[in-house]
Design a protein around this ligand. Sequence first.
Ligand SMILES: CC(=O)N[C@H]1[C@@H](OP(=O)(O)OP(=O)(O)OC[C@H]2O[C@@H](n3ccc(=O)[nH]c3=O)[C@H](O)[C@@H]2O)O[C@H](CO)[C@@H](O)[C@@H]1O
Ligand SMILES: C=C(OP(=O)(O)O)C(=O)O
Length: 430
Amino acid sequence: MDRIRIVGGNKLNGTIPISGAKNAALPLMIAALLTEETLILDNVPRLADVAQLQRILGNHGVDIMSAGKRSGDHEYQGQTLHISAANVIDTTAPYELVSRMRASFWVIAPLLARMHEARVSLPGGCAIGTRPVDLLIMALEKLGARIAIDGGYVIASAPGGLTGAEVEFPKVTVSGTHVALMAATLANGTTIITNAACEPEIADVADCLNKMGARISGAGTPRIVIEGVGRLAGARHTVLPDRIETGTYAMAVAMTGGEVLLRGARPELLQSALDVLTDAGVVITPNNEGIRVARNGVGINPVTVSTAPFPGFPTDLQAQLMALMTRAKGASHITETIFENRFMHVQELARFGARIHLDGETATIDGIGTLRGAPVMATDLRASVSLVIAGLAAEGETVVNRVYHLDRGFEQLEKKLSACGASIERISER
Ligand SMILES: CC(=O)N[C@H]1[C@@H](OP(=O)(O)OP(=O)(O)OC[C@H]2O[C@@H](n3ccc(=O)[nH]c3=O)[C@H](O)[C@@H]2O)O[C@H](CO)[C@@H](O)[C@@H]1O
Ligand SMILES: C=C(OP(=O)(O)O)C(=O)O
């Protein structure tokens, strides 16, 4: 199992190219199941989750051609995927494949909409909370699907096809919104989704679906209207930049000091996080190329932050902000409102000497002057990268174990950071 070794203390200076967003690329790939024509996706990040979804789609009979790096391309150029679901040979998504990646459950929506049936394993729980799928099932039932759960599988059918309906979510859910949106594109009649998630990845998927011939308006707002169409066609779409990767590297620079251009980043995708960093004393300057992040000669101010659905502060940046606040000049308060158990990084940050007290859903972090490197491991993606951020500023050596979590969501993490002066390397063991 690979590990990452860091010797802390170096400032970060230079340029970090921002990859395509994992959380847009995955539903965009899944949306290819809605058409028998080819969907071409540009700027798809090279991530373990993307590779796993390729295997899952392959099991349904989807052909995927990957046009990768060519000579002259920049090293981090995303890949182009040509995805063709001309022949869906199997509408079952088996436990062995789905249990390894939550978002793969979302294949239920296009399979049901186009093939009128799906049998998809319930996704596994994961380290950040229970993560039920009741609201996804509610949305599909509203659209006329018959759903049963048997042997750990959700078995869904809609023999005459899905029918447009009003779908009101009692709480904001990204997964629920993706599923309702994809399913409604091929439903008979109009669907209105209210209290929809407003995350930019939802709007990106809707843009792509509209290019494929869907009739969607309001994506990116809490009210989405979808007029169902008889069929969708192929299209070409570029995955939007990853706002969580952007925020993560911004926090890494804030932690170490220095100045880095996050090339290709778009400030409007993470304004709330940039505002928090500004309050913390970091200088954020958007320009034509991306976002410049600098902290030179000043300490880190403590902040009080609650996670919230977009446009609020993202839960996917909560662990990274906590790592940063371990060195603030005073006490910070971070409240996690989305997932009930997303504090697995607290006990690992303590290994660096961080002082964090948990009370229900709020963590109080008393900033200290110096962290000390340590062997650490985390049980989820964003928690793992918070340990990398801590390690970059800690005195001495840090070894982050279970790097496969990082590989799910960060493309070439150690190369991007070492190009800016970090002492960081991957130790591969075979
Ligand atoms: C692949 C992807 O895009 N993952 C993101 C997505 O996850 P995901 O789509 O799973 O997150 P949701 O927005 O659906 O979940 C939000 C909350 O709703 C609850 N819930 C959700 C569905 C349901 O049927 N019932 C229910 O109770 C969840 O347990 C959670 O407490 O949005 C999260 C919130 O921004 C991010 O942290 C994840 O990175
Ligand atoms: C929680 C995340 O991903 P997933 O929903 O795939 O578990 C994440 O991207 O931080």
